[in-house]
Design a protein around this ligand. Structure first.
Ligand SMILES: NC(=O)c1ccc[n+]([C@@H]2O[C@H](COP(=O)([O-])OP(=O)(O)OC[C@H]3O[C@@H](n4cnc5c(N)ncnc54)[C@H](O)[C@@H]3O)[C@@H](O)[C@H]2O)c1
Length: 311
């Protein structure tokens, strides 16, 4: 296992689910952890310090060091306090895992403004705010001549990168996080910080809210165990992963798929401006059967996974 002794990590939304597994795995590899969790309901309602405190207790019981933080990641000043807590309590910050999230699924024709705003805030601003403050800290360290090996691991979703019906708010935020990852990776490379993102799939209260109870197998490999997502985080946080940045990893069970990003596709080129009629003809020649997204079920299958929607 990569040795993360001496490193300090923040994991947001680490009180349960996938974030909890990340926190336990990073602690097991030697990192000190700030366990952030608002303790919200699956739709973002309420708050409760209990889940974060339990994870801190688990880490301490296994011999690690950790502390709780109950900030809302979408609160810009709260995110600054979160980053400051890591630096003040443990002396430094090396790793930021942006993981906190909520769901408010609705078909676009019925989605309320509040359902849109809440989901965009927790995911998209909730990635921006901690990253912004961590990045300023790493830039300062780099300018002061320190060797920085900063790590940001973001959390996108198959819904965002492949598209999932009923999740225009969530998928748009998650696709935004994938785009944010590429840009921030480009910006922070000069300071020694890598920025990658995950598109995970695991059994948590979030997936059970959408798909109902997901049974555990009686024996053998449990492909839906949230712990399956953590090894890619630990690997990306190793010093040896310094050159790997701006990537999006689909993770399901034992499959880790380094997804191809938006890529150059078919060029429709001419010397001057296109005549719309001629362009329409060229498009119809290129797409004789039309063109539409394949959807999440098909794409997850191709990526080495399985969508619960596939039954
Ligand atoms: N479970 C999956 O299959 C799956 C698939 C794709 C993406 N994801 C993403 O993985 C991440 C973790 O999800 P999960 O499935 O473990 O869900 P979860 O509901 O079990 O955990 C999410 C945690 O985030 C916390 N949280 C919510 N809003 C917060 C806020 N504003 N500030 C701080 N903490 C907050 C919650 O209290 C909760 O403990 C999310 O970003 C989710 O969108 C999960």
């Amino acid at each position: 296992m990569p040795d993360l002794n001496g490193k300090v990590a923040i994991v947001t939304g680490a009180g349960r689910g996938i974030g909890r597994s990340h926190a336990l795995a990073l602690a097991n590899a030697g990192a000190k952890i700030v366990v952030n969790d608002l303790g919200a309901g699956v739709a973002g309602e309420g708050s409760d310090r209990g889940p974060a405190e339990q994870v801190v207790e688990e880490i301490r019981a296994a011999g690690g060091e950790a502390s709780t933080n109950g900030e809302n990641v979408a609160d810009f000043a709260g995110a600054e306090r979160l980053v400051q807590q890591a630096i003040e309590e443990f002396g430094r910050l090396d790793i930021l895992v942006n993981n906190a999230g909520i769901l408010r699924d609705r078909m676009i024709v019925n989605m309320t403004e509040d359902e849109w705003d809440a989901v965009i805030a927790v995911h998209l601003k909730g990635h921006f705010a901690p990253t912004r403050h961590a990045a300023a800290y790493w830039r300062e360290q780099s300018k002061a001549g320190e060797e920085v090996r900063g790590r940001v691991v973001n959390t996108a979703s198959p819904s965002g990168v492949f598209g999932n019906v009923g999740q225009a708010n969530y998928g748009a935020a998650k696709a935004g996080i994938a785009g944010f990852t590429v840009i921030v990776a480009q910006e922070l490379q000069r300071y020694g910080v890598t920025v990658n993102c995950l598109a995970p799939n695991a059994r948590t209260r979030m997936t059970e809210a959408t798909f109902g109870e997901i049974p555990k197998p009686d024996d053998g490999f449990d492909t839906m165990d949230p712990a399956n997502i953590a090894p890619v985080v630990v690997a990306l946080c190793a010093d040896e992963a310094q050159g790997i940045t701006g990537q999006c990893f689909f993770v399901y069970g034992g499959s880790v798929n380094a997804l191809r990003p938006w890529d150059a596709g078919d060029v429709f080129a001419r010397d001057g401006i296109w005549d719309a009629d001629e362009l329409l003809e060229a498009l119809r020649d290129r797409f004789p059967d039309g063109a539409a997204p394949e959807g999440m079920v098909a794409m997850m299958g191709k990526a080495g996974g399985h969508s619960l929607r596939a039954g």
